[in-house]
Design a protein around this ligand. Sequence first.
Ligand SMILES: NC(=O)c1ccc[n+]([C@@H]2O[C@H](COP(=O)([O-])OP(=O)(O)OC[C@H]3O[C@@H](n4cnc5c(N)ncnc54)[C@H](O)[C@@H]3O)[C@@H](O)[C@H]2O)c1
Ligand SMILES: O=C(O)[C@H](O)CO
Length: 386
Amino acid sequence: MAKPVSIEVWNPHGKYRVVSTKPMPGTRWINLLIEQDCRVEICTQKKTILSVEDIIALIGDKCDGVIGQLTEDWGETLFSALSRAGGKAFSNMAVGYNNVDVNAATKYGVAVGNTPGVLTETTAELAASLSVSAARRIVEADEFMRAGLYDGWLPNLFVGNLLKGQTVGVIGAGRIGSAYARMMVEGFKMNLIYYDLYQATRLEKFVTAYAEFLKANGEQPVTWKRAASMEEVLREADVISLHPILDKTTYHLVNKERLAIMKKEAVLVNCSRGPVIDEVALVEHLKQNPMFRVGLDVFEDEPYMKPGLADLKNAIVVPHIASASKWTREGMATLAALNVLGKIKGYPIWSDPNQVEPFLNKNAPPPAASPSIVNAKALGLPVSRL
Ligand SMILES: NC(=O)c1ccc[n+]([C@@H]2O[C@H](COP(=O)([O-])OP(=O)(O)OC[C@H]3O[C@@H](n4cnc5c(N)ncnc54)[C@H](O)[C@@H]3O)[C@@H](O)[C@H]2O)c1
Ligand SMILES: O=C(O)[C@H](O)CO
């Protein structure tokens, strides 16, 4: 399309023009921008994924900042267009920013925001849900029931895997991976093995303390181990959940060779980014190993699935909804708006992007800072002392 036809405008006489490429949940983010003299334009075009051309049309001749989505290709073309329009800030409404060329943004002096912290537990909860659903075959059983096939209890009906006492493997034990690990260890009394480039000290301390608690109560204590390689996790774990960022080092991290070393009845969950798994190899592996199960929130060619995946009973597939709780999505919108606002107003950068609660308190004005700007250092932006 030449120009998006459908735009909702708030506070038309505002001094700063901020564009959101999508309607976002809640109204707090809009109000916070309006209170600071922003004219807010929201693209309401009925098109799920906007093209680069669509977004150039939205940016127009004068635009101070844009709130965008992970489905959009924020590279050289868009950052040069934003810079020409006088724009200083862009924020993804997401923690992941593999759709953004941060170097290009930095070259044009544009700050790039993301939304960490507010989605950690929500995303970990979905990974835990997929783990349990796959291990206990919940979706298969639901389909069976609705199809009217249930004609009485049977000893062999939908037998799955018990989680208690098994080993959960986490690849990428950052914010979300660690939250997921805690849920599985504490909730299901699973042992933990994890692989990350960095030591997850707080997670290790948590599992150690929980093991002591169990022991003191006369129960079998859980164990933990930091693996020296990803292969060690794949070989030893019964349930494996992927939580790394997507970059060159994690593209096709799970491939044909690595699938082959996993247990035949393992559960694999992906709530990170689709290309972390070689999905063609996964489809083949699922066909060859009917007791191997997956729970997928993300896909290599999103929104599409690789041929054959949708037909497999040992795959649970959901449409990238891991962060989809009301509180989280409203919080993500707020953080994205405040990232953009902070740069427009010349505020400093919040010192700890993992501690974003002060920005989410609806009963108090947010701190005068941008919650999370990933190229703050490269742009030489000052850090808040608040
Ligand atoms: N499905 C969803 O809706 C959804 C929601 C939120 C986040 N995500 C994805 O999850 C990712 C992680 O989010 P987070 O907040 O936990 O980020 P984070 O930065 O706290 O954690 C990522 C971890 O991955 C580790 N890592 C990086 N490269 C690695 C490698 N090669 N091998 C092993 N570990 C590696 C990092 O050291 C870090 O600990 C995001 O970047 C995003 O892509 C998806
Ligand atoms: O990276 C993210 O934040 C997700 O994929 C959407 O919540």
